[in-house]
Design a protein around this ligand. Structure first.
Ligand code: FE2
Length: 206
């Protein structure tokens, strides 16, 4: 099986001025592509051919001799998920059942936003901030480097990439500004709601 770089779900300049076409050209066309290409190379040289991306992640997490495969597989999955978490004219607060769930589990949307902002802005080093469904409850979590919640049985609903390559061209060292803009202008709440609905109809995380 050869993995392919998924197309962006919007034009490369569709998220401007919040995420530039230049950032997406590098982030999707270079960084994400490199993870996919490296994964294909590593898998071809290994004994784990014929697996899906999720199967590879599940099989290699925590295995010292498979760390490079895990890192590239998880980064391939995380990035494909991240692109779907953004949309032109996104952001703000969700309505419907999702909005009600967030309000309930975080004691209000403002508390959710502050907690997500803190998790993403305060993450030390490279990684990801997530909204996940874990044991029937919404939670905010952060993972380092390539680590992904699907490796630990959580069901991801939303992620923000906080590796410097996600924001440095547009925001330089001002990661909090990037995260605030992500929440206010970019989050694809329709996608997050779809993910929440999927969690109800499937016992399989992610
Ligand atoms: Fe990234």
């Amino acid at each position: 099986m050869t993995f392919e770089l998924p197309e962006l779900p919007y034009a490369q300049d569709a998220l401007e001025p919040y995420v530039s076409a230049e950032t997406l050209a590098y982030h999707h066309g270079k960084h994400h592509a490199a993870y996919v290409n490296k994964l294909n190379q590593l898998v071809s040289e290994s004994d784990i051919a014929g697996r899906s991306l999720k199967e590879i992640i599940a099989e290699t997490v925590g295995a010292p001799d498979k760390k490079a495969i895990f890192n590239n597989a998880a980064q391939a999955w995380n990035h494909a998920f991240y692109w779907q978490c953004m949309t032109p004219n996104g952001g703000g607060a969700p309505g419907g059942e999702l909005g009600a769930r967030i309000a309930e589990d975080f004691s209000g949307f403002d508390n959710f936003r502050a907690a997500f902002q803190a998790a993403a802005s305060g993450h030390f080093g490279s990684g990801w901030a997530w909204l996940v469904l874990d044991g029937g409850r919404l939670q905010i979590t952060a993972t380092s480097d390539a680590m992904t919640p699907i490796a630990t049985g959580q069901h991801p609903l939303l992620t923000c990439d906080v590796w410097e390559h996600a924001y440095y061209l547009d925001y330089q060292n001002k990661r909090p500004d990037y995260v605030a803009t992500f929440l206010e202008r970019l989050v694809n709440w329709d996608f997050v709601a779809q993910r929440l609905a999927q969690a109800k109809t499937s016992a399989v995380a992610a």
